[in-house]
Design a protein around this ligand. Structure first.
Ligand SMILES: [Zn+2]
Length: 158
């Protein structure tokens, strides 16, 4: 078993039933090598639908990388079934929306980016191209004649 880390988010929701990453959403992560402590400068995009062969070619992982400092081959996987939506009852509380299993790697930072989906509360409306790069998003829904928003987005990694 590798080390499991949970990515939790917290936001204030307005007329949102459900906020979730789209199926092809890329989670932008900063990763730290557990062996030597090196943290890469780059953000790594990890996507549930993309897997890469490990060094031996016998297994596939959502991220495969060789540490620039110590040369170790490290891998990271999205834990199957761990991707969860953030719902109106979760508003203003931290909730885990994905977990990762790292072998030789730890997730140390995250940026939310775009490609999120919002289902409006009390309406059939779905916004499928929500950008949370600015940690907030607001739109207007004709059906409920009110604004729909995600505000004060925060995250933590445990
Ligand atoms: Zn290293």
């Amino acid at each position: 078993m590798g080390k499991i880390t949970y990515l939790k988010i917290k936001a204030r929701l307005e007329n949102v039933e459900e906020l979730k990453p789209n199926p092809d959403h890329s989670f932008a992560l900063k990763l730290k090598c557990s062996a030597c402590g090196e943290i890469s400068d780059k953000w790594h995009d990890v996507n549930e639908s993309d897997k890469f062969p490990g060094r031996t070619g016998r297994s596939e992982h959502h991220y495969v990388g060789k540490c620039k400092m110590c040369g170790r081959d490290n891998t990271l996987d999205i834990v199957q079934g761990s991707i969860a939506s953030y719902r109106n009852e979760d508003s203003e509380n931290f909730k885990s929306i994905i977990s990762f299993e790292g072998r030789g790697l730890e997730v140390v930072d995250y940026q939310p980016g775009d490609n999120w989906c919002v289902k409006v509360d009390g309406s059939s409306k779905i916004f499928s191209d929500v950008d949370l790069s600015e940690k907030e998003w607001v739109e207007y829904d004709e059906k409920i004649q009110d604004s729909v928003g995600v505000y004060d987005l925060e995250h933590l990694i445990e």
